[in-house]
Design a protein around this ligand. Structure first.
Ligand SMILES: Nc1ncnc2c1ncn2[C@@H]1O[C@H](COP(=O)(O)OP(=O)(O)OP(=O)(O)O)[C@@H](O)[C@H]1O
Ligand SMILES: [Mg+2]
Length: 386
């Protein structure tokens, strides 16, 4: 019989690798639970530090600093996939690191990730490993329209190119080759919608899912999530079953975002997994009994998982750099259902995630008019989701 691990008590110190907005929201949720935080981030005044975490400003693979972090913390977590997995493996030998380096090695490499999912019998889009430009031509002949992706390092659609005709191959291949990582060609999926499920598991093997979110991307960056996703009950159930299967297969400890494509016939293909809180799970802050951030902290501190019950349907709108100036002018016009979350980032660039707006309502459709009047988000995108 495996022993039940002791929960970490309030006052315990949690270390975070990465101090961006996900770390910031972990810190905000964790302070309410009585935890303290140290974050490691190379950029000074990172969002997590703004929320009151102690920051160590250093590189993720500075081993002297990692040793210091291991000594100071009761548990360490990471908030994004692109931290050095060797550094995490080194740290894991010295401090409790429940997510583990194995999960990181899988989720930071698209080829390993897809191979792992296939082993679990989780359907993914057909894919091929690409080494030469000729391989892309062969993949195009066999799979049809493609999404070419760098195997490591991509996020928010970076390191991706869509191939709809052979004429596009040379330029796309040469652009992605710049990144000096392997490349994978995926079949372009004619999905009906994109959804995601945030699943949590703790060391006791308890697993809970949040209600599936439906996600709309613009230029490959998440713009809007609506919860619940517009799915028939069987597909919604199936999505949660798949997420739980992945969580079990990974022996996950923490939360994991599972991104999926829904085909017109209701079939699901997993696009990718993210071993941490996920942008499409931000609605949980205002629409659920427990937020995904609290849930992650519960999981890594050996607490029982919280209820994932959805109080009300929700809409989450990302505030990107291009949205922020107008939004700030319109603050007084926000509908009363709106809960504003801003990350305090200084450098406001187009496409950069500056904050998000959560809205809850029994009738999401009733939010269309006030949001269109606000004029911050693209009317077409709002129309598609409401
Ligand atoms: N094979 C595909 N077929 C159709 N659309 C795709 C495919 N792969 C990716 N996309 C589109 O591009 C978006 C971003 O892709 P993906 O999630 O793989 O990249 P990412 O850079 O890791 O993004 P993020 O970190 O924001 O999730 C997807 O959400 C989807 O809209
Ligand atoms: Mg994605």
């Amino acid at each position: 019989m495996t022993s039940v691990p002791e929960p970490l008590l309030p006052g315990s110190m949690i270390g975070l690798l990465g101090g961006g907005q996900l770390a910031q929201m972990l810190v905000l949720a964790g302070h309410a639970m009585g935890f303290r935080f140290i974050v490691l981030d190379p950029a000074p005044n990172c969002p997590a530090a703004l929320a009151g975490a102690t920051q160590i400003t250093a590189a993720y693979d500075d081993f002297a600093v990692l040793a210091e972090l291991a000594d100071a913390c009761d548990v360490v977590s990471y908030e994004f996939e692109n931290v050095n997995a060797d550094a995490v493996a080194w740290l894991e030998e010295r401090v409790d690191l429940p997510q583990g380096s194995q999960l990181l090695r899988i989720s930071q490499n698209r080829l390993r990730e897809k191979t792992f999912l296939q082993k679990l019998a989780v359907p993914v889009a057909p894919f091929q490993k690409i080494i030469t430009e000729k391989d892309v031509t062969v993949a195009f002949e066999e799979l049809g329209e493609l999404m070419l992706k760098t195997v490591t390092g991509g996020y928010d659609g970076r390191g991706q190119a869509r191939i709809s005709s052979t004429a596009q191959i040379p330029e796309a291949f040469s652009a992605l080759s710049q990144a000096k990582t392997e490349i994978v060609a995926e079949q372009f999926v004619p999905f009906e919608r994109e959804i995601s499920v945030i699943v949590a598991r703790n060391r006791m093997g308890e697993i809970r899912c949040f209600t599936p979110a439906e996600n709309l991307h613009k230029k490959n960056i998440l713009t809007i999530s609506r919860i619940p996703a517009r799915l028939v009950p069987e597909v919604s159930e199936q999505a949660q079953t798949v997420a739980k299967k992945i969580a079990e297969g990974l022996e996950l400890v923490g939360v994991l975002g599972v991104e999926m494509f829904v085909l017109p016939d209701g079939k699901l293909l997993v696009n990718e997994i993210a071993p941490r809180p996920h942008n499409s799970g931000h609605f949980t802050q205002n629409a659920c009994v427990s937020s995904q951030f609290e849930q992650h902290l519960r999981a890594i501190t050996n607490l029982a998982l919280g209820s994932t019950e959805l109080y009300k349907p929700a809409l989450m709108l990302n505030i990107l750099g291009e949205h922020l100036p107008l939004l700030l002018e319109k603050l007084k016009d926000l509908p009363p259902e709106a809960k504003l979350h801003l990350y305090g980032k200084q450098d406001c660039r187009s496409g950069r995630k500056m904050g998000h707006l959560n809205l809850t309502s029994d009738s999401l459709e009733s939010l269309l008019e006030p949001l269109q009047k606000l004029g911050v988000w693209d009317a077409d995108l709002l129309n598609k989701m409401l």
